[in-house]
Design a protein around this ligand. Sequence first.
Ligand code: FAD
Length: 325
Amino acid sequence: MSKKVLVLAETRDGGLRNVSLESLSAAKRIVEKGEVIAVLLGSDTPQHISTLAQYGADKVYVVSNDQVNQYTSDAYTQAISQIFKDIDPDFVFMGHTAIGKDLAPRAAARLGLGLISDCIDINIEGNDVVFTRPIYAGKAFQKKKSVNNKAFATIRPNNIPVLEVDSSKTAEVIHFSVEIKNLRTIVKEVVRKAVGGVDLSEAKIVVSGGRGVKSPEGFSTLQELANVLGGAVGATRGACDAEYCDYSIQIGQTGKVVTPDLYIACGISGAIQHLAGMSNSKVVVAINKDPEAPIFQVADYGIVGDLFEVMPLLTEELKNMFVVC
Ligand code: FAD
């Protein structure tokens, strides 16, 4: 299919987000003879041009205006709209991240286009591009297509496999200047609450705790296991409300949505609002002392027991395994 797809290459702390490579992969699937065009916004982003090329971008638009060094809805919407008008792509893909969730509806509305959000799969069916997205808190899946095959879409991290890297591939680079006017917000500084470690939304392994963890110290035990596995720590709203951990790691309907390869749920009952954020995880392990806890209905492996006995054993055992390997 001859299509042009624009992909926002999102960076965080200077690094390229994995979901941007996944978005390139999704774009490649629907483009046969057309082009995949990545967009880098910010003066410190050109370092990522070769990576984008090697993961599927045919062209890379680089916008180095100072106003797009930090994300603001205003500046990014203006930049994406101007690039859109220059290229006239069929689709615009970006990650279903905090930035993507804010920017995509705004830019799509400004350009008079539709938005298909939170996609977990994108494929060609006949002459149409079909987008699959979870609905009803992940209990069902909906397939959508755009009436005129022209739309914005956001892609949920960790669902579409990244293409194999082709180190011989290069991309045409276009340095594009945008005109940013009437900015209503200026970001002076970004202060993050949770610093360091693995990014929760893109983590391949998540060790998550609920009210059963009982204290902030209990969450340190979870962090220890996450460190051994190279994963991130998540939590239920119950645990956040009880001040065992920060709301920035809440998973669920009103928190983050994660799709890791492995989700270890510790002392979590399995409320529907929590499942909404993690039920698409590839493998779920639940540790709960109540054999009737609903989390066991979505778990692939269940351990019925006291997490304060199970967790130290599990952490120790895994530490030894990784030392032996
Ligand atoms: P509980 O339901 O209290 O479960 C604790 C579990 O720990 C129990 O199953 C217990 O058997 C087990 N346990 C206790 N001690 C031990 C032990 N020593 N060893 C092993 N197991 C033990 N929740 C979210 O998580 N994310 C959301 O985004 C979210 N959004 C919401 C939005 C709305 C509008 C509403 C109304 C609610 C929302 N909630 C959300 C809250 C949700 O309904 C639940 O209240 C919450 O998920 C429960 O958290 P929990 O599993 O930690 O606690």
